[in-house]
Write a protein that binds this ligand. Sequence first.
Ligand code: HAM
Length: 438
Amino acid sequence: MTLSKKPYRGTRDFFPTDKRKRDYLFNAMSQTAELFGYESYDGPLLEEVDLYRAKSGEELINEQIYSFTDRGEREVAIRPEMTPTLARMVAQIHKVETKPIRWYAIPNLMRYEKPQRGRLREHWQFNVDIFGAPEHAGEIEILQVAVTLMKKLGATSEHFEILLNDRRVVDALFKQAMGANDEQALKLYKIVDAAKKIGSDGVNKKVAELSLPANALEIFNKYLAVTSFEGLGNLLKEYKQDEASQSLLQFTQKLELMNLSDFVKFDPAVVRGLDYYTGVVFEIFDKHPDNRRALCGGGAYANLLKIFNEEPVAGIGFGLGDVTMTDFLETHGLMPNFDVANNDLLIAPLDEQAMAKSQLLAQSLREEGVKVVCALEPIKLKKAFPMAEKKGASFVAFIGANEIENELLPIKNLKEKSQQEFKMSDIKEIAKHLLPEG
Ligand code: HAM
């Protein structure tokens, strides 16, 4: 049998060029989270399946989870998302930890999905979550983190938008105004989710099947037609949902105050598939017509700690995927070029006698922080330049009998096509010349 060289379906090999892109993203992610005082955490790759059964929702459990029975007859799963692990960890320490708790992680997750553009079976997801923050303040900060990352990666409100909704507001309409019970409200969420796909006839048919009071369908359709926070506020007022309307107004005023309203837009279709969300929910969408998909999803979940018999501690956060983010940056031409490695200097020994001197010099320069690639056998001038280019080195130094005898090191600057000579023992001077500024 010949073994396939391809990675398992829906997973990726990261060759150096791909890995450089991933490192670029991950660095931007951690730097952004740390700018806001979020601390890095991590958890195990495997969890008991019950952890996801509690609150992650049917689709994840029935269709997407990778699970197996271990040698001790326990049913375990590869993590399909990070939030349940995070909640389990926070449940252990929330009583002694000062609030708010601000944490971030970049775990790899696995979901059994049909691989396609933007959807794979393994992806990495930047998770940023805050626990125990005052109402609205946590939501605003989490949105600020997301926007700061997008800006750091070169994106503006021309490239992306944040589509936002509030499950409490939707619940007020569905339950109070339309008279739905908990179960019917859940079904209404699913209809909202499918509305674009099934069209208005499909929506009417599905709502009729729920046997709600006579005016329910009219309210539901009015809700689906809302396109702004203002419109939603009016609808809430029309159906006497004053408390929800007040809270929405206060939240949108804060968005305005924090300069977030350029990015954030109301969307009735965003209700999120995971069962644990209880308040604000949002998705970051690519505005490019070739890539209309969510880069990120998140929201507020007030009760997740209850599954561990702990008192509720309000959590808010998001997950932003590396696959969708890479597509986004590439679609908009925002991904820097990572085709070649990033080094400072190539040292090219011209003969066998220069080998030891070259390696010693390389080592001294590395101690000064210079990224040095040293050829490991004598190399001809002609071959050294393409090698330097391939290694992404902007400088080349040749060492032969003359250089060793005179204790001098000529360094060629490949970009400027110039040459400068240094005393070979002047390591600090040489390093200063080679290191990029700053
Ligand atoms: P989610 O909406 O399932 O939320 O995933 C968040 C993001 O991860 C998506 O918008 C997408 O960019 C990416 N993603 C999800 N599945 C895949 C996949 N199969 N392939 C590629 N990318 C994918 C959650 O997972 C929540 N736990 C996020 C969260 C954190 N909510 C609060 N805190």
